[in-house]
Design a protein around this ligand. Structure first.
Ligand code: PAF
Length: 266
């Protein structure tokens, strides 16, 4: 696997690749990321992964400094699955004019995550646009675990006329149904035993066995400390208008915030 650290090397990889699929990540790779990589390897001649812990998508007081960084282990996993190249940009490579987010995708980025983490999607859209600009991929893959993020990136690609195919890949869950996330590393044993109930409650809501209020009540009773939202929304706008086909939740266990989602009637 080539480890790329400059734009010149990236340009050379692009020139040499008839088709290129790109998987942007923040590292601390788990099976969820590897499922994106497997799909990238199927879709194109070359699969390129980036690892960049993006400062503009963290608000002051969030976990930027403590975000898990496991580069040696990440490299080993990527080599094992046969990725051709890994790009490790620096903060200066991405934010040469200062660490500022300058892309706002109106509408889709405003409800739910947009309400609770107002800086988040501007940071994500900005970094993804800059990564795309450097890599010039044919396709880019993102997990459905971050479902609203996936829709924000699809809308950005459409509105900014980026000729990049944005592909969503289904959420990978552990044997207890917990959606894989790098932040699961923060959970204590007791918190884990509570966290694995989240997908079960969401499934009941998705089946229509309980309503939103009952789902929130149930989550608090199980032991979640706080619920930012647990709701059924339009899967493109995240409003309560039109077809409500996606269940989405963000909940807290101690200092760990977990998100999950699924289509209704699963
Ligand atoms: O989903 C993530 O890991 C990040 O938000 C992304 C898309 C790599 C942008 O930093």
């Amino acid at each position: 696997m080539k480890i790329i650290k400059s734009q010149i090397e990236l340009d050379k990889l692009r020139e040499e690749s008839p088709s290129l699929s790109f998987v942007p990540t923040m590292g601390a790779l788990h099976e969820g990321h590897l499922s994106l990589v497997h799909e990238a390897l199927k879709q194109s001649d070359t699969a390129l992964v980036s690892i960049f812990v993006n400062p503009t998508q963290f608000a002051p007081g969030e976990d930027l400094d403590s975000y898990p960084r496991t580069l040696d282990e990440d490299i080993r996993k990527l080599e094992e699955v046969g990725v051709q190249a890994l790009w490790l940009p620096s903060v200066e490579d991405i934010y040469s004019n200062g660490v500022d987010a300058d892309i706002h995708i109106a509408g889709v980025s405003e409800p739910l995550e947009g309400e609770y983490r107002p800086h988040f999607f501007d940071g994500v859209a900005t970094v993804v646009a800059r990564l795309f600009d450097s890599v010039k991929p044919d396709k880019a893959l993102f997990g459905e675990k971050d479902f609203q993020q996936l829709q924000v990136i699809k809308k950005m690609a459409q509105e900014l006329n980026m000729s990049i195919d944005i592909i969503g890949v289904p959420t990978v869950r552990d044997k207890n149904g917990l959606a894989l996330s790098s932040r699961n590393l923060y959970l204590s044993e007791t918190e884990y035993s509570i966290a694995i109930q989240l997908n079960k409650v969401l499934r009941e809501l998705a089946h229509g066995d309980i309503d939103e209020d009952a789902a929130c009540e149930k989550l608090l009773k199980i032991g979640f400390d706080k619920i930012d939202y647990c709701t059924v929304r339009n899967a493109e706008t995240f409003t309560k208008e039109g077809d409500l086909t996606r269940v989405l939740a963000a909940v807290w266990l101690g200092r760990t915030r977990l998100i999950d989602n699924m289509p209704i009637n699963v």
